[in-house]
Design a protein around this ligand. Structure first.
Ligand code: NAD
Ligand code: TYD
Length: 341
């Protein structure tokens, strides 16, 4: 395959690129990434010297950047997105531009390039709050945050291009993903790095909201399988089926780092906070996928990675990171000397 991987300098995209080049020796990978605050070229250092790999800095919403790259590949995997719910609550505009309009630009480029295989990386958040049971692929999409609405908008366009233009597109809906190289704004890397710095761990509301966590390698193996063995036109859920709430995430991080429970700090809830996501991944399992890393092992590996890679995350927790943090966590008291005040 000659793959165009958009958003390949981010958390999950870079794992997918490293995995593809490792496990598919015939494949070539071009990454197109805008390098937003969440994109990090260093995530691709392990593949930098590989002759099958190329990096292009550019925007998926820019047809001039996307067109030639789409013509030069036979497969497009779209990871590029604004991805953080809290940021979408404050400033949704860029979410619409990248996650909806950017998807449209990619789809048009795919159409003009003669219909390469296309995979849209989406999220379980498009199903909205799931009080009971587990979401299946045919369930209605009921997004409730600007982030999940923009992801659902991107999906709707993919569905339209499948139906109207016969684009052989697959959509995957992954659950909350964690592991190495994750920008420290999502709960798990935020709590690990805050704990390492002896800062409070801000738990929203009562800490009872549940997510279905999956290790990043398992998520990427699911995308890889859906891409290679999935049926064009179909959607596939990718979730490990382990439901964990915010308090348990905090307790696990503190236990693994031998830090005191007093670092837990309850803060005002996220507006519109979805109480629960849970996926039924039977459809992908019937293709032969199953998660390999249970959450205990995955959390241990993730914590160890952040302990051993301070040079990766420390520079990210500066400047704009703290400006957003201060606005988002108004009820958190900065620790003296934290640099957050
Ligand atoms: P991330 O924020 O770490 O990375 C996003 C990447 O996209 C960054 O490298 C960024 O520079 C790039 N990007 C953003 N806007 C762009 C644009 N306009 N043009 C080109 N590149 C652009 O996100 P992630 O956690 O790696 O998520 C990747 C994908 O997986 C997203 O589509 C996200 O919605 C989806 N997803 C994430 C999770 C999760 O828990 N993190 C779960 C399910 C699905
Ligand atoms: P997050 O990692 O932002 O992922 P998403 O909102 O896309 O599911 O949040 C995961 C869960 O953790 C969610 O229930 C909100 C909660 N959370 C906190 O309690 N504190 C935090 O600082 C963050 C970022 C999230």
């Amino acid at each position: 395959m000659r793959l165009l991987v958009t958003g390949g300098a981010g958390f999950i995209g870079s794992e997918f690129v490293r995995m593809t080049l490792r496990e598919h020796p015939e494949d070539q990978v071009t990454v197109l990434d805008k390098l937003t605050y969440a994109g990090n070229e260093r995530n691709l250092d392990p593949v930098r010297g590989d002759a099958r790999f190329r990096f292009v800095q550019g925007d998926i919403a820019d047809p001039a950047a996307v067109g030639p790259l789409a013509r030069g590949c036979d497969t497009i995997v779209n990871f590029a997105a604004e991805s953080h719910v809290d940021r979408s609550l404050e400033a949704p505009g860029q979410f619409i531009i990248t996650d909806v309009y950017g998807t449209y630009v990619l789809l048009e480029a795919a159409r003009a390039a003669g219909h390469p295989r296309y995979l849209q990386v989406s999220t379980d958040e498009v199903y909205g709050d799931v009080a009971t049971g587990r979401s299946r692929e045919g369930d209605p999409l009921r997004p409730r945050s600007p982030y999940s609405a923009s992801k659902a908008g991107g999906e709707m366009l993919v569905q339209a291009y499948r139906a109207s233009h016969g684009l052989p597109a697959i959509i995957t809906r992954g659950s909350n993903t964690y592991g190495w190289y994750q920008y420290p704004e999502k709960i798990i890397p935020l709590f690990i790095t805050n704990a390492l710095e002896d800062r409070p761990l801000p738990i929203y509301g009562d800490g009872g909201a549940v997510r279905d966590y999956i290790f990043v390698e398992d998520h990427c193996r699911g995308i890889d399988l859906a891409l290679r063995r999935g049926v064009p036109g179909e959607d596939y859920n990718i979730g490990a089926g382990r439901e964990i709430n915010g308090i348990t995430v905090a307790d696990t991080v503190l236990r693994l780092l031998d830090k005191p429970p007093s670092l837990k700090q309850y803060v005002s809830d996220r507006p519109g906070h979805d109480r629960r996501y849970a996926l039924d991944s039977t459809k992908l399992r019937t293709l032969g996928w199953e998660p390999r890393i249970d959450v205990e092992k995955g959390m241990e590996m993730t914590v160890r990675w952040y302990v051993e890679h301070e040079e990766w995350w420390r520079p990210l927790k500066s400047g704009e990171f703290w400006a957003f943090y201060q606005r988002n966590y108004r009820t958190v008291t900065p620790l003296p000397g934290s640099g957050a005040g």
